[in-house]
Design a protein around this ligand. Structure first.
Ligand code: HGY
Ligand code: MN
Ligand code: MN
Ligand code: MN
Length: 411
């Protein structure tokens, strides 16, 4: 596809949610999110696609076959629809591409098929999933977890953002209906395949001949909220042996997470922390930190967690503090559909096949629908930060690859 054409549509979306200080602030059910939703609706209208919103705020734009009616939901996979898409939302000060590239590419791939006069035998849909990053309410892939029933609607409604606003309140304020949240198995049954195009989150394709790769697997991963409780006191007058300082246990825990991950062969990150009362001249009363851990398999992930828990608990005993670990979300290993993966890699002329340690709605959907992912080269390898990058040429090549996949699967 013409890089100028990619650039034109990409540039339309680019200003939405741009943050002062760099990157993007696109959190679910905020004004930036609503602007993205309006953009999606406008794009579907502009193309005469059938717009739809599901019970969980996930958006769809359907290109229904003109000759064949939407197939009988009783005879699902062999005749179902092919869905492609990704998410609009970002992490705090995240990059431009993580998510939106998959949606823009989906619209352009459909444009390409229509321009060449392709006649789909199956409906082709474009999807935008709600809150993939968990950037506001803490649970990643919120929209696809609700859709697939992995997340209980009552639990979802009660999730809070950093200001204490619940998801139910946020949806309400945005004019959406939190009572409608819940699984939609019949919607999933109507799908024959889901394909998510995504920016590469690493540098495996840098210097490769191929600007596009196919995903093999997603590492199992999870998020845990860890609370360290001690006792607030004066920073000057409290003797060192008399202190119960949760900051010490927290500092130990950050290093322990990294050490356990290194020893076991995974990764662990503490990237978010809250301190109470957060005063320079008072010992902290409580520290809340969020642990993100990922590993090539579940045994290794379990090792990291159990090592972390035992080391930190032991340390808390010495510091006179208390530690509690609360699971927030756990995502099992994902092995993408092997025949779809091989078929797409061959179709793309032997594209590289790569695993990833990043979570995706595609991972959640893969338990219900044959699913595949395409990665578009990221020369910086940076992701979840403003340095995330892709050239227009590679993005255009990504659109071509996605169009080829849709043509192959649906036409
Ligand atoms: O991998 C993540 O942190 C998120 O699910 N995209
Ligand atoms: Mn992400
Ligand atoms: Mn993403
Ligand atoms: Mn004083």
């Amino acid at each position: 596809m013409d890089t100028g054409e990619f650039h034109r549509l990409w540039s339309e979306l680019l200003p939405i949610g741009k943050a002062e200080g760099g990157g993007y602030l696109r959190f679910s059910w905020t004004e930036a999110d609503l602007d993205c939703r309006t953009w999606f609706h406008d794009q579907s209208k502009r193309r005469g696609l059938r717009f739809e919103e599901d019970r969980n705020g996930n958006l769809y734009a359907w290109w229904d076959p003109e000759k064949e009616p939407v197939q009988d939901p009783e005879a699902p996979h062999p005749h179902g629809a092919v869905l492609t898409g990704s998410h609009f939302d970002s992490v705090p000060h995240g990059g431009a591409y993580d998510g939106p590239l998959g949606i823009v590419s989906a619209f352009l791939a459909v444009d390409q098929l229509r321009t060449e006069g392709a006649m789909p035998k199956r409906p082709i849909g474009i999807a935008a999933f709600t809150e993939e990053e968990g950037g506001r309410f803490g649970v990643p892939c919120l929209g696809s977890r609700l859709l697939t029933g992995v997340l209980e609607p009552d639990r979802a409604r009660a999730l809070t953002d950093p200001d204490g606003i619940t998801l139910a309140e946020a949806m309400d304020a945005a004019g959406a209906d939190p009572d409608s949240l819940g699984p939609e198995p019949e919607r999933l049954q109507r799908l024959a395949a889901f394909v998510e195009l995504h920016i590469e989150q690493g540098r495996a394709l840098d210097g490769s001949e191929s600007p596009v790769a196919v995903a093999s697997a997603i590492w199992p991963h999870g998020r845990w909220r860890v609370t360290f409780t001690g006792e607030a006191d004066h920073a000057g007058t409290t003797r060192l042996p008399d202190r119960r300082d949760p900051m010490l246990t927290f500092a130990f825990a950050v290093l322990a997470a990294r050490k356990e991950a290194r020893l076991a062969g995974g990764v662990a990150t503490v990237g978010r922390v809250e301190v109470e009362p957060n005063a320079t001249n008072a010992i902290a009363a409580k520290v809340t930190a969020w642990l993100d851990a990922r590993a090539p398999d579940e045994a290794v992930l379990g090792e990291i967690l159990s090592g972390f828990e035992s080391k930190v608990t032991e340390r808390a005993g010495r510091d006179g503090t208390r530690v509690a670990i609360h699971p927030e979300s756990e995502t099992p290993i994902v092995e993408f559909d092997a025949s779809l993966r091989d078929r797409i890699a061959a179709l793309l002329g032997g594209a590289p096949v790569l695993p990833t340690a990043a979570g995706h709605d595609a991972g959640v959907l893969s338990a219900h629908v044959p699913t595949a992912m395409l990665f578009v080269r990221n020369p910086t390898g940076v992701s979840h930060a403003p340095g995330e990058a892709a050239s227009d040429e590679d993005c255009a090549a990504g659109v071509d690859a996605l169009a080829a996949v849709l043509r192959d699967l649906a036409c």
